[in-house]
Design a protein around this ligand. Sequence first.
Ligand SMILES: Cc1cc2nc3c(=O)[nH]c(=O)nc-3n(C[C@H](O)[C@H](O)[C@H](O)COP(=O)(O)OP(=O)(O)OC[C@H]3O[C@@H](n4cnc5c(N)ncnc54)[C@H](O)[C@@H]3O)c2cc1C
Ligand code: SF4
Length: 577
Amino acid sequence: MKSPLLGQFQPPNGEPHMLGPIQRIETPMHHFAEGEEVDYLIVGVGAGGGVLLQRLARAGFRVIGFDAGPFWDTERDWVSDEKGAHNLYWNDIRVTGGKHPLAFGANNSGKGVGGGTVHWASFTPRLHPSDFHIHSLDGVGVDWPMSYSDLKPYYELLELELPVSGPSYYPWGDPHGYPYGPHPMGGVGDALIRGCTKLGIGVSAGGPVAILNGSRADRPHCIYRGFCIQGCKVGAKASTLITHVPDAIKHGAEIRPNCMVSRVHIGPDRRATGVTYFDPEGRERFQKAKVVVIAGYAIETPRLLLNSACPGFENGLANSSDCVGRYLMAQAGNVVSGRFDGLVRMYKAPPAHALTEEFYETDPKRGFARGFAIQTVGPLPISFAKQMMSSKGSWGWGLRSVMMDYNHWAAFGFLGEILPHAENRVQIAEEKDPLGIPVAKITFNLGDNDKRLIKFGKDKTMEVMHAAGAQEVVQEARYAHLVGAARMGSDPKTSVVDQFGRTHDIANLFICDGSIMPTQGSANPGLTIMALAARIADYVIQQGSRVLNHNDRSVEPPPMRRDLSPPDTWGHGMPRI
Ligand SMILES: Cc1cc2nc3c(=O)[nH]c(=O)nc-3n(C[C@H](O)[C@H](O)[C@H](O)COP(=O)(O)OP(=O)(O)OC[C@H]3O[C@@H](n4cnc5c(N)ncnc54)[C@H](O)[C@@H]3O)c2cc1C
Ligand code: SF4
């Protein structure tokens, strides 16, 4: 089971699984016996599930993480090739509708250990303090049951664990600095800085982004060849697969890859007892647990809760408020592309490396509440071809000629806050997946505020592209980053979980992913999801047997457990300003 060079682990009933140097695991993975009750069972080992798993294992709990997708070996499974990376995404059928339907596939969730962090671009801005109180401040959306100050220490912690590179002074929201210095600029970042500077708009160069700009432990620095959304074979980009999962396994966690959880079971005492799942051979099995945590992403989490309806919970689990599946949010993610006379070569850098949050906060003069960010995106040729087809109508010879011109184009992403609406929701469709599990049906419509915000933000992003010197500017409407659909709140009548992810209805059923976010701001959500997961971990660890065996609740904030961070976190990086 042990290799002096690389390490390996043995999946249940499978062949020994080799792991590359950046995933080195020196101890064999622990396997819990069939029928053995574990303390914590986590459904989904992505951004939220991966961080929680690691901490629970370090704290000595018996914990299993299930993931519907593979345990990626970054050396063996990943290729620096755009098409070759398509199996990283959740490509299973989802039914989408409404007046402004969401597109699914590469654009949203991942499938496999690491979840969406495997193919995220790894922009890691924090939410702003205002994001936690948008109803009180702007009369829209809803307030969070916590403040920025509750999450701030966890932002700082995760920025060290991933770690995050960025400027030493970041001026927006709660101004702060980053522990690792900014990255050099690529052609797209250069264009964003040029355009913003010309218009007098402040801009951040070189991050915040969870990409190493110097080597650390087994992980090498970024080599700037732009395959971040294809998984980063190099290991410079953070994902929970390489930052948290190896440490979880070292501390006794079991991962069950290629295991799709189909139902959470509830006992006569109205507590969760475990889950049914399909093993890699398609056999249905049951795993017993004292506490079940769902961390399956904003679509699969409500799907599982609704599919687990049972006597006493006829509308789905934890759904007495009728909020499960509701208030699903996506960020507006229009891509604005500009053609320059000079070479840009947008593949020659991480897509994520420069941004502005100057338009993040509400400005009453603009005629809508909340705001947006403008960020670099660096589509590789297949994504670029799709953008040219939809934004320019390029086809045939026209598409061929624009593709030959690829090196002259730059692309900016506009990231706009769409408000939570009750009718934007996940329900269960008639259709079933190949395992016979009913799939998710998603309905999505934009409100008036959303439409005004998108129009303003798209026009501003195009203005910046023109100011950068582009002769031709086109744009494609799209969405990014799904969150919500099992939101947190203090009132059990209007929310699914409390501020620690604990469902109001079932004392030993938790949710720990982006679905618990009540609003989303216009920051990319990954860092916030991980910070929330670290706080949930501290809470359940402090509560101990009160969560494992009892129904009484406390909403006392936990002490922060810095000692549960993965190795090479403390004592690294620069002191913060
Ligand atoms: C192209 C792209 C770029 C992005 N770039 C950024 C970025 O720059 N910055 C940023 O902050 N965010 C980015 N994101 C978004 C970010 O990746 C997600 O917000 C984040 O990963 C969501 O975390 P999560 O914990 O909610 O779910 P995930 O990370 O998606 O994890 C969910 C996991 O649960 C598993 N699962 C689901 N259902 C089941 C089940 N029934 N049984 C077993 N396993 C199950 C899935 O396989 C998956 O591994 C990007 C996303 C995409 C698609
Ligand atoms: S650009 Fe850097 S972070 Fe992105 S894939 Fe290449 S090495 Fe990894």
